[in-house]
Design a binder for this molecule. Structure first.
Ligand SMILES: CC(=O)SCCNC(=O)CCNC(=O)[C@H](O)C(C)(C)COP(=O)(O)OP(=O)(O)OC[C@H]1O[C@@H](n2cnc3c(N)ncnc32)[C@H](O)[C@@H]1OP(=O)(O)O
Ligand SMILES: O=CC(=O)O
Ligand SMILES: [Mg+2]
Length: 530
């Protein structure tokens, strides 16, 4: 299909791997996406700023009057493929070779290969991730560990979904008219271009998770991209299916509208709980009264979180769509059976709540947790899904989604946020976008909570610890030094010096202390990545 040469410029090292992915045809396809959709993307990103100004001026998010007809209407999404009816356990993870094989073999129904929260978007990771997914789809993927362990795919594997980066991110290694292109279009476009037909031949399809949407207009943009991409490749409309993560406050008020926009391509919604908490802190950062307590107490059972999960279930089921639950952050604790059982039980309780409430499936972060979630959903969800559970008893109003949870800010909460935030950023700077820290899975979304809380507690006049001390810049700096020393003791001087702790702590400090709240830590962070 090469009908010319793309004008896109590659602004990173051109290795043989890059050439395999950025073929002339693939670049032409990508350029068409960029030409057609960049302006709308930019306009929608500007609208995010406008909405932020409105909140700052006191206008709280609410259900939109102009889309009431959609909310009141009796439509449903298009039927979904047979293989997506049962999604009771989904595993997520980065796109490196071993993880992809392990996740596809994990026994989960779905594997979401992640270019977003679990990914550090180095040029190498982005290209290698595309190559790994291409090979997984063609079943040619294999891996040999340094210890000599061989990895290959089982006969039966999970259904593959891919999560491209959010609309806010750019891919600086590819330029259009001298400017970095949208990272979402880069990730989606290359994956779709190389694999859509192979997936269909395999009896599957191009399936996506769409992160960090802030409005139904952003869902419309994705839908327009899908329609265009399917036409370009001569693939029937409606072949693409996408699950939208409800992980921003505004999206929670537009669930119906998001499903409606994507109704021909929808595979339901998912509760991206960690980014949702981050969004709450971020959007209400200039509201003195809406301050969150320690991250550890903002669980799924606090009223505003539970309300949002129930609303997702009710909304999805009304539209014949799946409502997938979220990620419990616990991972196996190898060296302590008792602590491990406590961690597993926390996951179990989380999944029981989700299944009982009506979620049609859930997320786990680690293969060791697939059986735990599977057992719960098998017990509480005997059918393929529970879309028939309409939850008409649920009555969620705007105030339920906005209610500040009870709880206090503690010195330990501040210390944990600082320590975990820096350790995660350090890992991300080394190209690892998901990391086990103090026995929890940490990724970009959980780290955003940590750094946003620190910013909020310093800048909000109500940011007091439970012992009466105000969280100040000086207190932050004292704790930062102490926590860095503690990390050094824990991991040893040599590992510390080999790492990128200096840059990580500098970035964390800047994000915490600067007057203006940074929208995403990954944007200034990206400047450090190759
Ligand atoms: C907020 C959100 O967006 S959640 C979704 C995004 N976040 C994620 O997807 C995080 C997913 N989880 C992970 O990346 C990992 O579990 C981590 C980084 C937290 C921990 O990974 P590790 O330190 O490798 O864990 P651990 O040593 O226990 O792993 C044991 C085995 O399980 C594998 N494994 C662990 N997690 C995963 C996973 N999510 N997918 C596939 N394999 C995995 C490891 O590769 C390892 O395999 P091996 O025995 O063949 O070497
Ligand atoms: O993407 C998931 C989240 O919780 O954030
Ligand atoms: Mg997220």
């Amino acid at each position: 299909m090469n009908t010319g040469t793309s004008t896109l410029q590659i602004n990173g090292p051109i290795t043989s791997e890059v050439e395999e992915i950025l073929t002339p045809d693939a670049l032409l396809f990508l350029e068409k996406l960029v030409r057609n959709f960049s302006e709308t993307r930019q306009r929608l990103l500007n609208q995010r700023k406008e909405r932020q100004k409105e909140i700052d001026q006191g206008k709280m998010p609410n259900f939109l009057p102009e889309t009431k007809e959609i909310r009141d209407g009796n439509w449903t999404i298009a039927p979904i493929p047979e293989e997506l009816l049962d999604r009771r356990v989904e595993i997520t993870g980065p796109t490196d070779r071993k993880m992809i094989i392990n996740a596809l073999n994990s026994g989960a129904k779905v594997f979401m290969a992640d270019f977003e929260d679990a990914n550090s978007p180095t040029w190498e990771n982005m290209i290698q991730g595309q190559l790994n997914l291409r090979d997984a789809i063609r079943r040619t993927i294999s891996f040999r560990s340094p210890e000599g362990k061989e990895y290959k795919l089982n006969e039966k594997v999970a259904v593959l979904f891919v999560r491209p980066r959010g609309w806010h991110m750019e891919e600086k290694h590819v330029l259009f008219e001298g400017k970095p292109i949208s990272a979402s279009l880069f990730d989606f476009g290359l994956y779709f271009y190389h694999n859509a037909k192979a997936l269909i031949e395999n009896g599957s399809g191009p399936y996506f998770y769409l992160p960090k949407l802030e409005s139904h207009l952003e869902a419309r943009l994705w839908n327009d991209v899908f329609v265009f991409a399917q036409t370009e490749l001569g693939i029937p409309q409606g072949t693409i299916k996408a699950t939208v993560l409800i992980e921003t406050i505004f999206a929670a008020f537009e669930m119906d509208e998001i499903l409606f926009e994507l109704r021909d391509h929808s595979a339901g919604l998912n509760c991206g709980r960690w980014d949702y908490i981050f969004s709450y802190i971020k959007k209400f950062r200039n509201r003195k009264d809406l301050i969150l307590p320690d991250r550890g107490v903002v669980t799924m059972t606090v009223p505003f979180m539970h309300s949002y999960s129930l609303l997702a279930i009710q909304t999805c089921h009304k539209r014949n769509a799946h409502a997938i639950g979220g990620m419990a952050a616990q991972i196996p604790i190898k060296d302590n059976p008792e602590a491990n059982e406590i961690a597993f039980d926390k996951v179990r309780q989380d999944k029981i709540r989700e299944a009982n409430d009506g979620h049609d499936g859930t997320w786990v972060a680690h293969p060791g947790l697939v059986p735990v979630a599977m057992e719960v959903f098998n017990k509480y969800m005997p059918k393929q899904n529970q879309i028939e559970k309409k939850r008409e008893d649920v009555q969620i109003e705007a105030h339920h989604l906005l209610e500040v949870p009870e709880g206090v800010i503690t010195e330990q909460g501040l210390r944990t946020n600082i320590s975990v935030g820096i350790q995660y950023i350090e890992s991300w700077l080394r190209g690892k976008g998901a990391a086990p820290i103090y026995n929890l899975m940490e990724d970009a979304a959980t780290a955003e909570i940590s750094r946003a809380q620190v910013w909020q507690w310093i800048h909000n006049p109500n940011g007091y610890l439970d012992d009466g001390r105000k969280v100040t810049k000086e207190l932050f700096q004292t704790v930062l030094v102490e926590e860095l020393e503690k990390i050094k003791r824990e991991i040893g001087e040599a590992t510390y010096q080999k790492g990128r702790f200096k840059e990580a702590s500098e970035l964390f400090e800047r994000l915490s202390l600067q007057e203006e709240f940074e929208e995403f830590l990954t944007i200034p962070g990206y400047e450090y990545l190759n």
